[in-house]
Ligand binder design. Sequence first.
Ligand SMILES: [Zn+2]
Length: 105
Amino acid sequence: MKRLLQAPNLALATLWADMLSGAGIAASVQRAYASGIAGQIPPDQALPEVWLDDEDQMDRAQTLMRELDDLPQRHWICSACGETVDGPFEQCWNCGALWVTGRCA
Ligand SMILES: [Zn+2]
């Protein structure tokens, strides 16, 4: 197990882990707890993290995340749940609905 990155929220961490798994890279979401007693951890130290099962896949995973970063940023409203989605995502991070476009529906 090796930590790939820290995500700003659990929904995004889950989305990234799903994306990595879809690309054949076994990944899971872990809740990052700093050492200390649960409940006394500052919120910014309890962010979810994406971990890889196999650290040999780290390079590939980082490349994938960079490619995700290079995608055009979008700003859209999910038609299923009304959530605002920012970033290069074609899927609503809240409910999982797909962004419907003219080219692929
Ligand atoms: Zn949605």
